[in-house]
Write a protein that binds this ligand. Structure first.
Ligand code: 2U9
Length: 366
């Protein structure tokens, strides 16, 4: 056995006996590292006479390859053994139920807004949105509420410091009506939209929160009259409350942005102390509940939005989304809607997979 063969068998023996990857790495350095014995042999080839180099070089190269191969083989074997051991130690019971992932729920206000969008889409209404921080022209002036109107008082509306912007002072919108004004100004007529969203009033007690939700509707077209308004609201309420026996009563009222204006009451029955919508409010044991405000859009509002009121007429209505949710799903405290208590949401929230559709029933299933 020559020196090369001795070195190779010694290296193979040590590599075979290496206990772990660290020991193997130490052996790699010992043989193939910069100062390693095989590397040194390779270097000495350079200083040999050509004949001697020609005779020895293939042997040294073969030695280097043999050691490198033995190191790689041992390393692969160690890694495979480690994987084997891990797999043998792990058990996976595929019959166990998967742990349940926490799932969010849909807030009743969002649920009702989705239902409204679905119902009104079926009647050809688009959903329009706009800024919650408005200027006083869009929130008040364009809606026939001039400077002197009491709703403009500081104690009713949240104002921002006056910065002299073009449309007047900035404020938190008190209704979603400015969205309809913006739509009329930018898109003209005819139009059919609902505008759902947050509105703000400086008001706070058991039945009023400083922020609440409204949906308003607007139809502008030729020849629109109160009959269209009544049919639309009746069709909407029947679809929303999922009852055919919804009866409306229109009472004269006043809003600056509509003329004539009507308050819309819905008949209800008292069932074990609870008000349940349906039937005429004049029947024995029944009553009327005020639910919506509405009317024919005031010609001055149509004019201020840049349309000709002799050509275009329309109707508009407004209703509280929170109120609709309470009536349909039975919550009794408005303030709980905005407390952010997850227990309330777990109780009243809806499944995100239960999208309202007219065909499957617009209401959420319990
Ligand atoms: C334009 C023209 C007219 C929207 C209307 C009401 C009547 C109304 C209240 C219901 C309950 C607000 O949430 S509430 O407090 N709304 O009574 N809203 S008519 O009239 C408009 C809107 C936009 C351009």
């Amino acid at each position: 056995m020559d020196d090369y063969a001795t070195l190779e068998s010694e290296a193979r023996e040590l590599i075979g006996a290496a206990a772990d990857l660290a020991a193997l790495e130490a052996l790699r350095v010992r043989y193939l590292g910069k100062q390693g014995s095989v590397s040194t042999l390779l270097k000495t080839l350079g200083s040999m006479a050509p004949d001697e180099r020609q005779a020895k070089a293939p042997k040294v190269q073969a030695l280097r390859e043999a050691v490198a191969g033995a190191l790689a083989g041992r390393k692969a074997a160690m890694e495979a053994a480690e994987l084997e051991a891990r797999l043998a130690g792990e058990t996976l019971d595929l019959t166990l139920p998967a742990p349940e992932k926490p799932r969010g729920s849909v807030h009743p206000v969002s649920q009702v807004m989705d239902e409204l969008a679905e119902i009104f889409a079926d009647m050809g209404f688009a959903v329009a949105t706009g800024p919650e921080i408005e200027d006083d022209w869009h929130n008040f002036t364009a809606l026939n509420m001039p400077e002197s109107h009491p709703a403009r008082a500081m104690h009713d509306t949240f104002y921002f410091p006056d910065t002299g912007t073009a449309g007047g002072r900035m404020l938190l919108r008190t209704h979603t009506s400015p969205v309809q004004v913006r739509t009329m100004v930018s898109q003209g007529a005819p139009t059919r939209i609902i505008a759902p969203g947050r509105v703000y009033r400086s008001d706070s007690d058991a039945t009023h929160t400083p922020m609440f939700h409204q949906v308003e509707g607007l139809v502008i077209d030729r020849g629109i009259h109160l009959g269209h308004l009544k049919w639309t609201l009746e069709t909407f309420l029947k679809a929303f409350f999922e009852r055919e026996d919804i009866v409306l009563r229109l009472r004269p009222s006043y809003f600056p942005f509509t003329e004539p204006s009507v308050e819309v009451d819905v008949g209800f029955a008292l069932e074990s102390g609870r008000r349940v919508l349906g039937g005429s409010g004049d029947a024995p044991g029944h009553g009327w509940m005020e639910l919506l405000g509405s009317g024919m859009v005031n010609r001055r509002v149509i004019e201020m939005s840049g349309l000709d009121p002799d050509e275009w007429q329309g109707f508009a209505f407004g209703v509280g989304v929170d109120r609709l949710a309470m009536l349909k799903y039975g919550m009794d405290d408005l303030r709980a809607f905005f407390d952010g208590d997850v227990r309330w949401l777990r109780h009243y929230g809806f499944s995100p997979f239960d999208q309202p559709t007219l065909s499957a029933g617009v209401g959420a299933r319990a």
